[in-house]
Design a protein around this ligand. Structure first.
Ligand SMILES: *[C@@H]1O[C@H](CO)[C@@H](O)[C@H](O)[C@H]1NC(C)=O
Ligand SMILES: *[C@@H]1O[C@H](CO)[C@@H](O)[C@H](O)[C@H]1NC(C)=O
Ligand SMILES: *[C@@H]1O[C@H](CO)[C@@H](O)[C@H](O)[C@H]1NC(C)=O
Ligand SMILES: *[C@@H]1O[C@H](CO)[C@@H](O)[C@H](O)[C@H]1NC(C)=O
Ligand SMILES: *[C@@H]1O[C@H](CO)[C@@H](O)[C@H](O)[C@H]1NC(C)=O
Ligand SMILES: *[C@@H]1O[C@H](CO)[C@@H](O)[C@H](O)[C@H]1NC(C)=O
Ligand SMILES: *[C@@H]1O[C@H](CO)[C@@H](O)[C@H](O)[C@H]1NC(C)=O
Ligand SMILES: *[C@@H]1O[C@H](CO)[C@@H](O)[C@H](O)[C@H]1NC(C)=O
Ligand SMILES: *[C@@H]1O[C@H](CO)[C@@H](O)[C@H](O)[C@H]1NC(C)=O
Ligand SMILES: *[C@@H]1O[C@H](CO)[C@@H](O)[C@H](O)[C@H]1NC(C)=O
Ligand SMILES: *[C@@H]1O[C@H](CO)[C@@H](O)[C@H](O)[C@H]1NC(C)=O
Ligand SMILES: *[C@@H]1O[C@H](CO)[C@@H](O)[C@H](O)[C@H]1NC(C)=O
Length: 271
């Protein structure tokens, strides 16, 4: 039990100390989006004014992974919803509320994306905590419209592009958005540009992306043709598996309790 608690504390510590700095510029991101054909496949144009730093916590090693645009990530690295940070010189963005989206335009395969886009995340009510000029953590204050679904490209597929986009949230978003995306809206055949148009999101102010392929040893079954179904079936909350039981908690000391509370707080705010 102590080892488990230690692991939880370590995990909590690495969450708290996730890096908020990047080694790439807005121009690097723009060029990477062009090179990967995200413009025009997903966006008609992309002129970000900020940097979206995406930090995954590897579920097996507990180490964090800072995403550089176009990075290759393993499925273990991106199993959990990432922490995100905004860096921008436009200080007017500091007081805004944002919508964060993650889409896969390559489902089931980049060659034949008949199910695309898959909506892997649609989260409104996100605000900057900290100085946006030095990388402010983006934290959520409301539940996601579509909860994070980890990448699950089907066996035999080439790696998919997973694109994260940050939009400024219009004041009427909470009343308008459910007309277009709600609990009965499939996550497949989504179109983030169309949705942005419908609800008046405008162009994304920042974005990032990574590539992930199927597990190396997965079988090339024709059954796993949809990222949607694959992702849904593996979307069980990591919170449930990592959350200590209440009986465990009564026995631990104050320091562990603090670390555990920090971890639980993290899980609650990022799932
Ligand atoms: C940023 O650093 C990572 C390794 O930490 C490297 O792979 C990547 O190429 C660097 N990006 C730029 C734009 O220098
Ligand atoms: C990602 O992997 C592909 C295929 O192995 C490789 O061609 C590409 O250079 C890698 N990209 C980065 C950014 O490392
Ligand atoms: C902010 O402005 C500085 C100075 O012009 C520039 O070097 C930096 O890349 C800018 N940062 C962002 C996120 O645009
Ligand atoms: C904002 O950041 C401060 C300082 O790091 C932290 O104490 C606080 O809990 C954060 N607030 C939220 C809502 O994450
Ligand atoms: C980001 O990093 C800068 C300098 O490294 C620091 O001043 C700032 O407080 C950090 N912000 C957050 C949200 O951690
Ligand atoms: C898996 O199946 C796809 C589609 O039939 C094929 O293109 C690919 O080469 C196969 N991959 C392997 C490793 O057999
Ligand atoms: C929502 O607000 C935006 C501007 O913020 C406006 O363009 C749009 O027409 C509004 N939509 C509805 C349905 O009221
Ligand atoms: C829910 O979303 C669907 C589109 O997926 C839309 O047709 C329907 O009208 C929405 N429901 C409500 C109550 O707005
Ligand atoms: C998404 O919607 C936009 C705006 O209506 C449209 O131009 C674009 O072709 C659509 N993309 C896909 C992949 O259907
Ligand atoms: C994949 O299969 C090889 C050969 O059977 C094995 O050595 C390797 O550990 C497996 N990798 C994973 C991630 O299961
Ligand atoms: C595909 O699924 C069907 C029924 O769901 C099953 O009978 C079949 O054995 C599966 N094929 C493979 C290759 O897994
Ligand atoms: C994370 O790791 C734990 C422990 O190994 C495992 O039970 C859980 O299923 C993993 N979660 C995900 C989303 O992979």
């Amino acid at each position: 039990m102590f080892v488990q608690l230690l692991a939880i504390a370590t995990l909590a510590a690495s969450c708290v100390y996730a890096q908020n700095s990047t080694n790439f510029t807005v121009t690097d991101v723009e060029q990477a989006f062009q090179a990967a054909k995200i413009v025009p496949d997903v966006l008609p144009s992309f002129n970000p004014t900020g940097i979206l730093n995406v930090v995954f916590l590897d579920n097996t090693t507990g180490t964090s992974v800072n995403v550089t645009p176009g990075a290759n990530l393993t499925r273990e690295q991106n199993a959990l919803r990432p922490q995100v940070f905004l860096t921008t010189n436009d200080t007017s963005l500091a007081q805004q509320t944002f919508v964060l989206a993650m889409v896969d335009p390559d489902a089931p395969t980049p060659q034949n994306p008949t199910a695309a886009q898959i909506r892997h995340l649609l989260a409104p009510g996100i605000q900057a905590n900290g100085s946006v000029t030095s990388g402010a953590a983006l934290v959520n204050n409301t539940p996601a419209i579509s909860d994070f679904l980890r990448p699950t490209p089907p066996a035999g597929s080439d790696p998919h592009r997973y694109i994260l986009l940050l939009f400024v949230q219009p004041a009427n978003f909470t009343t308008v958005a459910p007309q277009f995306v709600n609990s009965s809206t499939p996550i497949s055949n989504f179109n983030i540009s169309l949705f942005a148009q419908e609800v008046g999101l405008g162009s994304p102010i920042a974005g990032n992306f990574f590539l992930t392929g199927p597990d190396a040893n997965s079988t090339n079954s024709t059954n796993s043709t949809s990222t949607a179904s694959g992702a849904a079936s593996s979307s069980t909350s990591p919170a449930s598996s990592n959350t200590p039981s209440s009986s465990m908690r009564v026995e631990i000391n104050v320091a562990s309790l603090t670390a555990t509370a920090a971890f639980l707080g993290f899980v609650m705010s990022f799932l």
